[in-house]
Design a binder for this molecule. Structure first.
Ligand code: NI
Length: 283
């Protein structure tokens, strides 16, 4: 093969591949841009750089004014992501990786049986700045059982959490949301617990698909709200990158439930300085 033929052949191949590359990109639109390697550097950087800022918000359980919370009243863009029923040996560590990559601190309402089985996952939650709350030993509906049984369910889960990580929980989410005022008062008087409900429910346990779960979380969440999800379902974990990045890009910032309660009391401290107006800057 002569040199000129080689050069002409090379040019032909280059032009042809450029043409095919452009036309396939035009036809398929931006969705395939990443696969084709045509994503702009800026796009990739924006997506991968979404990161929750570091907040220093001291938590004092005595500050909780209400027996129960599903949201706090605030103009500030704080939200709390919560995950129930774990820890799960596979899904929860995957979720913790997703949260860590974004510096997001979440709250896990764990059941006692799983806590006893996987105490190392509870320790990892605490080590990475998450909050662990009580969800009873056997996922029992507290308003439907005797006071003795309820006491054993609450205390048993609390002891399993303390045995795993050494931190006593101060918040409880009633399994199935089954609670009444009498039980809320009892939980607060006997154990010092605040009862934590939710404002946003994507109904992920009905398995509507990851896209639907992510979309519901991103579109239905407002400032100050507590979001419910379950870390025992694979599709829920798969929904999280889109849900979390969607909220971050809308300007929402993630804190734990107890931090959210503290924010309501205007006790937001940044860099050791009391901040009454929530003028938080990204750090
Ligand atoms: Ni539950």
């Amino acid at each position: 093969m002569s040199i000129s033929l080689l050069v002409r052949t090379s040019f032909f191949i280059i032009f042809t591949s450029l043409f095919i590359g452009c036309s396939s990109n035009d036809k398929k639109g931006n969705n395939t841009a990443f696969l084709n390697g045509n994503l702009k550097k800026g796009d990739l950087k924006r997506n991968s750089m979404l990161r929750n800022p570091e907040f220093s918000i001291p938590v004092d359980p005595n500050l909780a004014r209400s027996l129960t919370y599903s949201r706090i009243r605030t103009q500030a863009p704080f939200v709390a992501m919560t995950f129930d029923d774990g820890p799960h040996p596979v899904h929860t560590p995957r979720l913790l990786d997703i949260l860590r990559a974004r510096n997001i601190k979440a709250t896990f309402f764990v059941v006692g049986t799983n806590t006893r089985r996987y105490p190392h996952i509870i320790r990892r939650m605490i080590a990475e700045g998450h909050e662990v709350g009580n969800h009873t030993v056997n996922h029992k509906y507290l308003s439907r059982i005797s006071i003795e049984e309820a006491r054993a369910e609450v205390l048993g889960c609390e002891r399993a959490i303390v045995a795993a990580c050494g931190v006593k929980p101060t918040i409880l989410r009633p399994p199935g949301g089954h609670i009444n005022n009498r039980v809320k008062v009892w939980l607060n008087r006997e154990f010092g617990y605040s009862t934590i409900m939710w404002a946003v429910d994507p109904e992920d346990w009905k398995r509507p698909g990851s896209g639907v779960v992510a979309q519901r979380i991103v579109t239905e969440t407002d400032a100050g709200e507590i979001i419910l999800a379950h870390d025992i379902h694979g599709p829920t974990i798969a929904a999280m990158p889109r849900a979390l990045d969607g909220l971050l890009s809308k300007g929402y910032r993630f804190v734990t439930v107890s931090q959210l309660i503290s924010i309501e009391r205007r006790q937001v401290v940044k860099n050791g300085r009391l901040n009454e107006d929530y003028a938080l800057e990204n750090s």
